[in-house]
Design a protein around this ligand. Structure first.
Ligand code: C5P
Length: 285
């Protein structure tokens, strides 16, 4: 029996623009993903003399057994690489879900990487990753940050300035499919222009105290969610009083604020703690 312990990091979206609808029914996007120092912890062990997949979950709620993406990931790996044996997974979740932080996708990528190592498999995991979820290829790449396009499969690693951040959950339940459905139904109502990821700004922009982060942090989902989720509006208002460097991650409902120094981030954390159901201070990886 061999065992591997692995961390599955959360990501935040430094801007998110929905650029169209694809033939496969998914939306194409443009976003900069950056991993942060909030992570789930996963232990994966494999016994060649056993059979089946067992999953034990702790921490933040996550569905048990076959409903969990982690379980489906192990099953997909075993089937597609024709591997036999028993897989035991222990998942300790800290990343809220749904949160817009890619927690489930990151767990899936971590399990693929762990199983690949345990079985010495040389199979390419990219196709399995894409089938499991749009954000899984990003986490499989294990890069700190990337410009992400397509459904999530077109990845270009980027270097970002190091940042400290405070994550804030509005307390509302906004599953990703619901947010995309809202986009399909109401995008025509949006009047404000939203442009992001002027990536060249990263190369030339310098991030000084009090100045905006060198990537536009607008998120297409934000205007849609404002009118439907009062917690989203309250969070956005509170954060915009603190700094210009704030944004919504993914399809929400987690927001982030970015700071250059840990001192500023700590001050923000103290200010926000108690006002929202979940506040977490971390930094870029
Ligand atoms: O790929 P993932 O499991 O994260 O997607 C969940 C749901 O979100 C999809 O079934 C789809 O409705 C929507 N989605 C989308 N376009 C994307 C990502 C997700 O329409 N790029």
């Amino acid at each position: 029996m061999h065992k591997i312990s692995i961390e599955a990091p959360a990501k935040i979206n430094l801007g998110l623009r929905i650029t169209g609808m694809r033939a496969d029914g998914f939306h194409s996007l443009e976003s900069i993903f950056s991993t942060v120092t909030l992570s789930d912890k996963i232990e994966v062990s494999m016994d060649r003399n056993a059979a089946g997949i067992s999953l034990e979950c702790s921490g933040v709620f996550s569905p048990a057994g076959e409903d969990n993406l982690v379980w489906k990931t192990a099953k997909a790996f075993m089937d597609e690489t024709s591997t036999t044996g028993g897989v035991t997974i222990s998942l300790h979740k800290s990343i809220p879900s749904p949160g817009g932080l890619g927690g489930g996708s990151s767990d899936a990528a971590a399990v693929l990487l762990a199983l690949q190592k345990l079985t010495h498999s040389e199979a390419d995991m990219t196709a399995i990753a894409e089938r499991l979820g749009s954000d899984v290829p990003f986490f499989l790449l294990q890069t700190g940050a990337a410009l992400v396009r397509g459904r999530g499969e077109i990845l270009e690693p980027v270097h970002l300035p190091h940042f400290h951040c405070v994550l804030v959950h509005s307390g509302e339940n906004i599953p990703t499919p619901m947010a995309f459905k809202l986009w399909d139904e109401y995008k025509g109502d949006l009047t404000e222009a939203c442009h992001i990821s002027n990536y060249t700004a990263l190369k030339f922009g310098v991030w000084h105290e009090g100045k905006p982060f060198p990537v536009k942090l607008d998120n297409h989902f934000l205007s849609l969610l404002h009118s439907r989720f009062p917690g989203v509006t309250r969070t956005a208002e509170e954060l915009s009083r603190l700094t210009v460097n704030w944004g919504l991650s993914g399809s929400g409902p987690t927001f982030y604020t970015l700071f250059r120094s840990e001192v500023e981030a700590r001050e923000a954390e103290d200010h926000l703690a108690g006002k929202f159901p979940w506040v977490f201070r971390c930094q870029s990886r």
